[in-house]
Design a protein around this ligand. Structure first.
Ligand code: FAD
Length: 469
């Protein structure tokens, strides 16, 4: 009987345990992507990027003699209907770890099993299943370094190669048309502005990884913090949709380390930050929605998204060039350098004392590498409310950070046009990207700081010291 391959955030053919198992089971394989409520809830940029990813994945499957079937509706109902229509005896998928997906998948599994349909989920979106990494006391890890130590020497299975062929059914079930889903509808700047920054699909992801390992990883230790330099892997975009697997990145990192390339060890550690985020999200799903440390509920956060300071932060008009450059990079490219993510997050949560969830939501709307676990951990880490967070009294100073990590101000010049004699094309492109409701122009004068760097820091520290927790 046919096997349904329920495709989710795993848009690749190689190192895909569920696909490999489906092919091994014998019989035709029917890949299907379901637009359910969780897809509808995605932020504008991740949803748009998903649409591109699905288009690319559909083409890759077609080239491999298969197809991608698209269906809409609650996953359980859609899968039950498909099983009935195709006579499938099994449904396989790659596991997800966020609480809503876990909840949905558990219900789907039960419903299918009740109908005597084999339902199996596989590892691959992470390397280390969250429940397999335990402290000596049998609990989960709350601090990164011991987590790293407990996994660094683990054997990660060699990535699976792509199946030589994917058996097709005689008749394909009906499919929606991707264009009718309008996944890019909320992303008006998508096609023109952000598209050039996208590297789409499995092949591009592999090339990106190869180029990084060949040309960049040796200098990664130094280059990764120089914000104007393209010195990191950029794999997060592809990891987000599973166009590449973390195990493929891990093994490439191991090979580079064995070849004596200096930064490879650091790259492996960074990949494990992603694993750590998934570990924490799985064990404490409140990471996504609540102050991980409940004592932070008593902190006098600004929670009103309509505050003019929040608007200025989103629009890259705080008057702090390093922060504004980052926010504009985010809006135009759908990405932001990691160091700058930390700085804009610190600025929002400390200098402006805004609740981290405001920033988390804006990032979710703008990032093409959006990842529920890494985004939540990054925000809670920056705000001080998370496990293993930066101590609250360590407030990033955006001015000294800029002197240190962008000493020639190349990054700032790349993104700030106002009051520059010859603004760069990228800085100007921001003004083409923004909506009409943001009446900004490169000819405007650059704003004065909305909050003085020193005063903002002091105000946040005072609030922290006077806290009643
Ligand atoms: P590289 O430096 O090449 O690192 C390799 C890989 O390691 C990355 O692709 C990523 O998968 C992983 N990694 C590196 N740093 C981290 C980290 N701090 N936490 C988790 N994984 C990491 N990352 C996302 O993928 N999606 C997000 O939505 C996201 N939101 C963030 C929000 C904030 C406030 C902060 C501070 C960080 C966030 N990060 C997020 C983590 C980090 O900024 C990005 O993973 C990194 O910038 C991606 O660039 P890269 O692929 O070139 O990374």
């Amino acid at each position: 009987s046919p096997t349904i391959l329920w495709v989710r955030r795993d848009l690749r053919l190689s190192d895909h345990a569920a696909l490999t198992a489906a092919v091994s089971r014998g019989g035709p394989v029917i890949p299907v992507f379901i637009r359910d409520g969780l897809v509808d809830e995605l932020g504008a940029a991740p949803k748009w990027r998903l649409g591109l990813g699905l288009e690319g994945y559909g083409e890759a499957l077609t080239e491999a003699g298969s197809r991608l079937i698209l269906r809409s509706g609650p996953a359980r109902e859609v899968l039950e209907e498909l099983v009935e229509q195709t006579g499938a005896g099994a449904v396989y998928w790659m596991r997800a770890y966020d609480p809503d997906s876990v909840d949905r998948d558990t219900r789907v599994k039960e419903a299918l099993k009740a109908k005597n349909v084999e339902a199996e989920s596989y590892t691959g979106h992470v390397m280390f299943e969250p429940w397999t990494v335990e402290t000596k006391q049998g609990g989960f890890y709350k601090v990164y370094t011991p987590f790293w130590k407990s996994v660094e020497t683990r054997e990660v299975p060699e990535p699976l190669s792509r199946p030589s062929s994917i058996p097709a059914p005689d008749n394909w079930p009906q499919s929606d048309h991707l264009d009718d889903w309008h996944l890019g509808a909320a992303m008006r700047r998508g096609a023109e502005v952000v598209r050039p920054y996208v590297q789409l699909g499995e092949q591009a992801a592999q090339t990106r990884l190869g180029v990084f390992m060949r040309d960049k990883v040796a200098d990664y230790n130094e280059a990764r913090d120089r914000v104007a330099v393209d010195g990191t892997s950029a794999m997060s975009e592809n990891l987000s949709l599973g166009e590449i697997s973390p195990a493929q990145c891990w093994h490439a990192g191991l090979r580079a380390r064995d070849a004596g390339k200096d930064g490879a060890g650091t790259f492996l550690k960074e990949l494990v930050w992603r694993e750590f985020a998934y570990h924490l999200m799985w064990h404490t799903p409140r990471l996504l929605t609540e102050n991980w440390r409940p004592e932070w509920d008593a902190f006098p956060w600004n929670e009103d998204e309509r505050l003019k300071e929040v608007k200025a932060w989103k629009q890259g008009r705080t008057g702090i060039p390093f922060v504004d450059a980052g926010m504009r990079e985010l809006y135009v490219t759908g990405r932001m350098h990691n160091r700058v993510r930390m700085i804009v997050a610190s600025y929002l949560t400390k200098h402006l004392m805004c609740h981290w969830s405001i920033g988390q939501k804006w990032f979710e709307d703008c990032l093409i590498d959006w990842d529920p676990a890494s985004n939540a951990l990054g925000w809670q880490w920056s705000a001080g409310s998370g496990p293993d967070a930066t101590p609250y009294f360590r407030v990033f100073n955006p001015v000294t950070q800029c002197q240190k990590f962008d000493p020639k101000r190349a990054y700032i010049d790349r993104w700030i046009a106002e009051e520059h004699e010859a603004p760069t094309d990228t800085a100007l492109s921001y003004f083409d990207a923004i909506p009409e409701s943001w009446p900004l122009s490169p000819d405007d004068s650059y704003p004065e700081p909305i909050v003085d760097v020193k005063e903002g820091r002091q105000k946040a520290l005072d609030a922290y010291q006077n806290r009643d927790f």
